[in-house]
Design a protein around this ligand. Structure first.
Ligand code: PLP
Length: 376
């Protein structure tokens, strides 16, 4: 059996090697390393795939979030509501811009932000909501957009984990995750669903004014060459990464189907197990399974992960510490117990290998070993 990895980038690369190598070589031959034709093509391809008016490539997902927030002209002390159960980058950029992160709890089944909790967190200083489409499933965007419009708030979607996921509205129309709010942000970190071979990111919007503003922010606040109208940053996607992304974007739906097939197999193997809860499938979103995350009950999680590790099965905890209990983000406003769902998840979840190249032998071996451990 092939060695099992959380994400098997090497096997995936070997399947697309001729195209990827050709694209990289073309960039080197052209020496158009920054903002070359590959970047322009990728921008167009992604706009078309997402059905969104503007894609602004940038250097990584964290920058995408920061640039989005810089474009909204928020003032220090303005409040931004986000999920207490996410990767740190979401709250980090809020803090860096001297805005105030306001955390809210999540739904125990989908792990996504709870709209009822958002409503309770709104104050006169609230300016924006940042829903995170965690682990590959879109947050309840219809409810979130309604809350935002009633309260005059911006919505920035952190879509670093759910590119390609479809949100299904009440009238059965669909939109791609990241294109429903005012701005969407994504990451092309190698292990993401659409990953390059280094760092990369992008911002999406249907709003012409916000697009113009963000194109300036990523380019030193420059609108006309060497005329700087506001303080910006330097955040670019390079041409080599864009050439790789062009190859992988063409396969993104096929890759999502492979992830879903692996998830379906896990779901069946663990269905109705007294010690495991399989990831909830939200009826209004397709799932692209950035992670396959189980909730344990009465299980020594560390012993389980050590047992799997001894069998050469990697397993990870996303995420072990809620945002309000991270050392850098300790805040007198919050104390342990404030976000019971998030705190419970941080103590009980674990994620199994999830990628586009898992084969049946590997899936059998993984599920058999998890079930064997739980018997003991
Ligand atoms: C990966 C990730 C980010 C940050 O992306 P980078 O490209 O690593 O900067 C932000 N938010 C979430 C939810 C992520 O998973």
């Amino acid at each position: 059996m092939k060695k099992i990895q959380m994400v098997d980038l090497r096997s995936q690369y070997l399947n697309i090697k001729p195209e990827v190598d050709k694209g990289i070589q073309e960039v080197i031959d052209s020496c158009a390393f920054i903002n070359g034709p590959a970047v322009q093509t990728f921008q167009k391809n992604l706009e078309q795939y997402l059905g969104v008016k503007h894609v602004i490539p940038c250097a990584n997902g964290t920058d995408a979030l920061q640039v989005a927030m810089m474009a909204l002209n928020l003032k220090p002390g303005d409040e931004v509501i986000t999920s207490s159960f996410t990767f740190i980058a979401t709250a980090e950029v809020i803090a860096l811009l001297q805005l105030t992160p306001v955390l809210v709890d999540v739904d125990p089944s989908t792990f996504n932000i709870d709209p009822k909790a958002i409503l309770r967190a709104i104050t006169p200083r609230t300016k924006a909501i940042v829903p995170v489409h965690l682990f590959g499933q879109t947050a309840p965007m219809e409810e979130i957009m309604e809350i935002a419009s009633k309260n005059n708030l911006y919505v920035i979607e952190d879509n670093c984990q759910a590119i390609g996921s479809d949100y299904i509205f009440d009238d059965n129309t669909t939109k791609k995750a990241g294109t429903i709010g005012h701005i969407g942000c994504t990451s092309f970190f190698p292990s993401k669903n659409l990953g390059c071979y280094g760092d990369g990111g992008a911002i999406f919007t249907n709003d012409d004014d916000l697009a113009r503003q963000m194109r300036g922010v990523v380019n030193h606040g420059m609108t006309i060459r060497y005329y700087h109208d506001y303080v910006g940053v330097n955040s670019r996607l390079d041409s080599i990464q864009a050439s790789i992304l062009n190859v992988k974007l063409a396969r993104l739906d096929e890759y999502a189907a492979k992830r879903r097939a692996a998830a379906d197999f896990y779901d069946k193997a663990f269905a109705n197990h007294p010690k495991l809860t399989t990831p909830g499938r939200y009826s209004k979103s397709t799932h692209v399974f950035h992670q396959y995350t189980l909730v344990t009950k009465n299980v020594d999680r560390k012993a389980l992960i050590d047992f799997l590790s001894a069998k050469e099965i990697p397993a990870m905890i996303y995420y072990p510490v809620p945002l309000h209990m991270q050392k850098a983000y300790l805040d007198p406003r919050y104390k342990p117990g404030d976000f019971p769902v998030t705190e419970h998840l941080c103590e009980t979840v674990f994620s199994l290998p999830m990628h586009t190249e898992l084969d049946q032998d590997q899936l059998d071996y993984i599920t058999r070993n998890v079930l064997d451990f739980l018997k003991s």
